[in-house]
Design a protein around this ligand. Structure first.
Ligand code: NAD
Length: 256
């Protein structure tokens, strides 16, 4: 075994011990977890913000001012999502929950791949791409309303009030769903261990959560393929691909 491999193996064993010692463990996931499912993240090289300007496609003002550009972005995201399936990282987290080792997953992802992998306790901080939502009258319904309108070359309209609808995701300039954030924060206060996977930890308020958990005594474990601004508060940092690290971590926990 090369020394890098043996160091990684040792660090995975340490992470497994920290999770095994915690009566209530949770995970916080970001777009990096889904890159191995073929969905680009935002900020990595090759990420969505290399191709699109977030101010033009991810803000409430962009949705209102230039809906064609906004929907061009979502047409592409929805098409990619239709072809995506959970990867080994999602599956490992679902197994952790099924074995009673993970109490909840807080996710910034809107792709629904945790649920597709079988995870049940999923707190979605940034909404989801399963639903369409009307910012005017608060109607929500299936995302099909949007995909069908785009396929027909029109912009989707609310069946209740006629205003333009958007995917039920949180845009910049919008507040997070307060109930979901409070649930997430409560879980971070209670957690003995927090496993952070595939997030640059650059977008608040989600990026505050590891600090909340840390301040309340949790051991923070960060799995990411590049450094994050919160590595200094982590008990353990595992540098690499989630799909390569999470399955051996789950296997090590089985033996712990
Ligand atoms: P991010 O793109 O900022 O970070 C992803 C991180 O994962 C990067 O540090 C990358 O190095 C790492 N990574 C990539 N592939 C990996 C892999 N296979 N294994 C391990 N690490 C991997 O994504 P984020 O942190 O989730 O961004 C924050 C959130 O902000 C997003 O999830 C999104 O919900 C939200 N956001 C929303 C909008 C919007 O349209 N409303 C726009 C921008 C961001």
């Amino acid at each position: 075994m090369r020394s890098d491999d043996s160091r990684l193996h040792h660090t995975i064993a340490q992470a497994a011990s920290a999770l095994a010692a915690s009566p209530f463990s949770i995970a916080l996931t970001g777009a990096g977890l889904s890159t191995e499912s073929g969905l680009p993240d935002f900020r990595s090289p090759g990420g969505l913000w290399g191709e699109y300007d977030p101010m033009e496609v991810a803000t409430l003002s962009a949705f209102r001012r230039t809906p064609e550009k906004f929907y061009d972005f979502y047409r592409q995201r929805l098409a990619r999502l239709a072809a995506a399936a959970p990867n080994a990282g999602h599956q490992a987290l679902a197994q952790l929950e099924a074995s009673g080792r993970l109490g909840a997953i807080i996710t910034q992802n809107v792709d629904g791949l945790h649920q597709a992998a079988g995870s049940r306790q999923v707190i979605e901080l940034h909404g989801n791409l399963r639903e369409a939502a009307c910012p005017q009258c608060q109607w929500t319904g299936p995302i099909r309303l949007i995909t069908e309108a785009l396929e027909a070359g029109t912009l989707p309209a609310c069946p209740k009030c006629g205003a333009r609808v958007k995917p039920n995701v949180v845009l910049f300039e919008e507040l997070l769903p307060q109930e979901a954030y409070q649930q997430a924060e409560g879980a971070c206060r209670r957690a003995g261990a927090l496993l952070v996977v595939g997030s640059s930890l650059q977008v608040t308020p989600a990026a505050w959560l590891p600090q909340v958990a840390h301040q309340h005594g949790a051991r923070v474990i960060i799995v990411n393929d590049e450094p994050t601004p919160l590595d200094h508060i982590a008990h353990i940092v595992l540098r690499g691909r989630a799909g390569a690290i999470l399955p051996p971590l789950v296997a090590a926990l089985r033996d712990a």
